[in-house]
Design a binder for this molecule. Sequence first.
Ligand code: GDP
Ligand code: IMO
Ligand code: MG
Length: 422
Amino acid sequence: MSVTIIVGAQWGDEGKGKIVDLISKQINIVARYQGGANAGHTIIVNDKEVVLHLIPSGIFHKKVTCVIGNGVVIDPVALLDEIKMIESLGVKINNRLKISHNAHLIMPYHKLLDSLREESSTKIGTTGRGIGPCYIDKYMRVGIRMVDLLDKKTLREKLISNINEKNKLFKNIYEKEELDVDQIINTYIDFDKKVDTYVTDTSLFLNNAIKRGKNILAEGAQGALLDVDHGTYPFVTSSNPTSGGACTGLGIPPTSVSKIIGIVKAYSTRVGNGPFPTELNNNIGKNLRKIGHEFGATTGRPRRCGWLDTFSLNYSLTINGVDEIALTKLDVLSSFEEISICTGYELDGKNISQFPTDVNTLEKVKPIYTSFRGWRDIISDRKKFIMLPTECKKYIKAIENLINTKITFVSVGPKRNETIIR
Ligand code: GDP
Ligand code: IMO
Ligand code: MG
């Protein structure tokens, strides 16, 4: 085994953190490949809930080395807070964290621009973590990278040029106060002392590990339907959470990838704006939110909830090339008498054959549902598939048939041991 990619197959928050943490016990390296502190990956460590935003979800396994790849955008403030939080739990990071010298840095002006853009143009409902504006600078080739932190002279020059340019926007377009160049420079120049032990050529590190036959898990953030190229644009994030993003975001070749695991929640959720065909604006949706504790791990916003959508899922599994599925939060459905699955969409009275990513079309589609009897039984203590209630097994098998992919992990609770491996 070499590289396994973990991708969110829906709109994020599928339970990637839990599954990555679970699988990490057989893994040498866990590497994040895109996104930034917009992610919130929850893990239960010794009965305590921990939310990770930037550091890969393998960090709680002593033998695992964690990599933050070149494709990630890093907010140094969030990173240092997270390192402190993990160490406060008695976990040593030391040389177990490696950060790509090519990863871009999120600056205070990125966060400010993120919120100003939200007020003045199409409201995406971003996490406000500066993700979009940072990726804009990356692709404009004016971004500041981790390696720049190690060279004070270059850092100063790049910061002055960037802040002066952004100040024109703040003053003339947004009619806001200009940022203080010196204050930002002093803060960021200080970061080098704290992070330079972690900064390295992670692509080289990973490729050497691949040659030595190490097991690597590439951890995606967000989900395929939030992908900037393949998601419900413009209501997406600014990176490529889909499996292809793992290779560019880590600097490893596609030929090193041996498996792609899609994480699928047993129902659907979405945070922020944008079309969501199976959304339930009724008591069922409210109950899913309440029972599933569906509130954003990063922003605390209530997540929009609805039934599982295998039509969008089939699109997602195709573009990701998913080999197998981890189905999560199945226990949340235990309270429902009847459970529905969306199997297709109707548009203007006719069934359509392909998932439309065009948002105007997607806003108009009507989901076609198949209903299943609920199992109305607690399942979090079940250790084997055969121990699950009959109706529950039927639900799992129906999903497998609809998406033509094997479900190898069934997660029946947030803890590591609340998982059935088939
Ligand atoms: P991620 O962003 O994909 O890592 O997912 P989040 O951490 O944002 O959201 C998943 C939430 O569901 C977290 O609160 C997890 O602790 C929780 N969770 C994960 N798997 C299960 C499960 O099988 N059952 C239940 N009840 N909760 C789960
Ligand atoms: P994890 O990794 C769910 C959503 C935001 C917004 C859109 C763009 O925990 O699954 P951004 O701040 O990225 O520019 O916001 O993407 N979004 C997420 N939704 N889970 C996430 O991460 C998300 N990260 C961003 O709500 O709709
Ligand atoms: Mg999350």
